[in-house]
Ligand binder design. Structure first.
Ligand code: NAD
Length: 499
């Protein structure tokens, strides 16, 4: 059995706690590796190593730090196939999805090449008589990133890239479900020229996380994962005086107006609802057609498309639509929620509860499911299912539809499909959700904008990537300076010297 390591001071280091988590191959259900769970002492040692490495890295000029990012881009592109294969093997997503995961992470590393520009600071000449004032952005020191399973490359890179570019040292705690790609990325960073020790990977669970949250050395905490844990981490980190940004779960609504292009809307829902088996925080899990006629048309178009989806292991070729979910517990939880939907009165119009794949009977596959006539009091509406399940909730009017999305506790992403500019503009202005798509089902902002939700999808102030990330990973210092010699004398002296 393969035993994974931590990545400490630029080397693979075996776990010493004697505790391990199973890393599955979700397609077969087999345990393919053991992931060490760091003890508090191992985590503290990694934090201390990061603290020792940070001052020299923080003092390295931003352009040299940017060159590490530039080299990293080249290395990730060189190893793209290898990284994607490792990612799919542990996560279960298809190779094109794994490459998308890596690519969206890579784009943030590309953005970080602009660190010298982002970190320039501000200057006021003659703020008073002979007085200059300037503000600079300095790294926080050691920061921690605690990441989810669903984007094992993208999520760590969104945080590690900007944190390093700003001159911090990072302790990353990846998901114990799929830790191999984060370890490979850490190794690539060293090859790219990152000094050893500046980036540590500590594998683990609550014990490692709590050690990071309570450490007096760790100055900032970034978390991405489910809402209850996001809230817990935000509360504990901020109670300990740390800066924190914690991103949580989602229930993304897509509103379909009667004037929408129905084929386009149905195609969009297939990709956004079922891609990556629905294990995306930006997945559309609720479709809200406005009016019964729109709903009937939509269902008519969705059913054959959902029935055609090909669910198979990533090794089965390029026409696989999605693979298994991440663990057996996830599969059971999703099937339990589907059953609750049926019991609570929703119409299961595509029912794959008995889905099984020949040769992969022990894999964690869940077939695609489509519900119609879901109501807002049902568990399948209130809960983030995080599986290949799309719920259609019928609204009578636009007001009812927008109200539904606004009343939901989550506020990560949303979309509207319409041909009417007025409605689209009203929606974008009024909706209390962080990321909005207009005829775009998954409105993930690119690296140079920021990514983050509202309501229970985000705890904190500053978003992921874009300009916010450079603010999050630095603190501002403002200097007011007056020189005792006085401006006039200095000027005259300078003039004389030139004669
Ligand atoms: P999770 O909350 O179970 O785990 C996330 C991280 O927290 C992991 O590293 C895990 O080891 C750690 N953790 C789990 N329980 C803990 C505890 N009790 N104490 C301390 N640490 C703990 O989330 P997940 O299942 O890995 O990821 C899926 C979730 O992430 C979904 O809810 C999804 O919507 C969300 N997500 C959100 C965003 C976003 O930007 N808002 C992006 C991706 C994923």
């Amino acid at each position: 059995m393969k035993e994974l390591s931590h990545w400490i001071n630029g080397e693979n280091v075996k776990g010493k706690s004697g505790r391990f988590a199973d890393v599955f191959n979700p397609a077969t259900g087999e345990v393919q590796a053991k992931c060490p769970m760091a003890s508090a002492a191992e985590t503290e040692a990694a934090i201390a190593n990061a603290a020792a490495a940070q001052p020299a890295w923080g003092a390295t000029n931003p352009q040299k730090r940017a060159r590490v990012m530039m080299a990293m881009v080249g290395l990730m592109n060189r190893d793209m196939d290898k990284l994607a294969e490792a990612l799919s093997r542990e996560h279960g997503k298809t190779i094109p999805d794994a490459k998308g995961d890596l690519q969206r992470g890579l784009e943030v590393i590309e953005y970080c090449i602009g660190a010298p520009q982002m970190l320039k600071g501000e200057f006021t000449d003659d703020a008073g008589p002979g007085i200059d004032m300037y503000s600079m952005r300095q790294p926080l020191g050691v920061v921690a990133a605690i990441m989810p399973f669903n984007f094992p490359a993208m999520m760590p890179l969104w945080h590690v890239g900007p944190a390093l570019a700003c001159g911090n040292a990072v302790v990353l705690k990846p998901s114990e479900r799929d830790p191999s790609v984060p370890l490979m990325l850490a190794e690539l960073f060293v090859e790219a020229g990152l000094p050893k020790g500046v980036f540590q990977v500590v594998n683990g669970d609550k014990e490692a996380v709590d050690t990071l949250l309570d450490s007096e050395i760790v100055q900032g905490v970034s978390f991405v994962g489910s809402t209850p844990i996001a809230h817990y981490i935000y509360s504990r980190a901020t109670a300990n005086g740390k800066r924190a940004q914690c991103f949580g779960g989602a229930k993304n609504h897509m509103i379909i107006m009667p004037d929408a292009d129905m084929d386009q809307a149905a195609d969009a829902l297939i990709g956004a609802g079922f891609g990556a088996a629905g294990e995306r925080c930006m997945a559309v899990s609720v479709a809200v057609p406005v009016g019964d006629a729109t709903a009937d048309k939509l269902i008519e178009k969705l059913v054959p498309r959902v029935e055609k989806l090909r669910v198979a292991p990533y090794t089965d070729g390029d026409d696989v639509d999605f693979g298994p979910v991440v663990t057996r517990e996830a599969k059971e939880r999703i099937l339990g929620l589907i059953n609750s939907g049926v019991e609570q009165g929703a119409e299961l119009v595509v029912d794959n509860r008995d889905f099984s794949l020949q040769g992969y009977e022990n894999g964690f596959f869940v077939g695609p499911h489509l519900f119609d006539k879901v109501t807002t009091d049902m568990d399948i509406y209130k809960t983030e299912i995080f599986g290949p399940v799309l719920s259609v909730v019928r609204a009578k009017t636009y007001e009812e539809a927008i109200g539904m999305a606004m009343d939901h506790e989550y506020g990560n992403g949303t979309a509207i499909f319409t041909r009417d500019g007025d409605t689209a503009r009203d929606f974008a202005h009024r909706i209390n959700i962080g990321m909005v798509g207009i005829n775009v089902p998954i409105p993930v902002p690119l690296a140079y904008h920021t990514f983050g939700g509202w309501k229970k999808s985000m705890f904190g102030d500053l978003n992921q990537h874009g300009p916010d990330s450079f603010k999050f990973y630095t603190r501002t210092k403002t200097v007011t300076a007056r020189w005792p010699s006085g401006l006039k004398e200095g000027g005259e002296f300078h003039f004389k010297a030139m004669d």
